[in-house]
Design a protein around this ligand. Sequence first.
Ligand code: SF4
Length: 219
Amino acid sequence: MSKRSSAISSSTPAEPFDVLLARVRACTVCAPHLPHSPHPVVRGSPSARLLIVGQAPGRRVHETGIPWNDPSGDLLRQWLGLAREQFYDESRIAIVPTGLCYPGTVKGSDLPPRPECAPLWHPPLRAAMPAIRLTLLIGAYAQAHYLGKRRHRTLAATVAAWRDFAPDYLPLPHPSPRNRGWLKRNPWFEAEVLPMLRERVGTLLAASDNGGAPTSHLR
Ligand code: SF4
């Protein structure tokens, strides 16, 4: 991490969550590389139990500030067994993409998340959300950042090896309608991974309803 990044992201344990969020939302570290003014999109709270890490905001999310408010989000909510109001309850579910700002597109495809972002902001945000018990790693960029060399050669192989990363992390494919082909080619995902995912999310959120009391199979 550069001296500049370190100075920006350093925090004290006593820093209130809203102060950290304000610092994140004021970040301009990679502004010269972005197609628009920085607009970091991040949701969460110190009581959040589930963290969703995707790729980076697209243009629509950049404009609205609402992540997963599209057909991909609808499918993700279906995977999780959650209604919209549950999904957007920041007291229980945090959403922090690998890159917090819209990186732009090239030839109609989204550019990768800015490489400065995750090393800069994920550590302090995670430290400020100590109740997180499960992190969903959606897509290759989130898996690369969190799993590094523990990833397998393909995304399908990494997802199929989900037990290797439990109980802290769960790698998932992107729930984009463009990924229907992947879902068809890998029927084990819907048959094996989704029921386990729904059960874990249900247990996590029930535990948070219960004041965060630990359950038998969660840490
Ligand atoms: S992408 Fe991340 S590092 Fe870059 S300006 Fe946005 S919040 Fe800052």
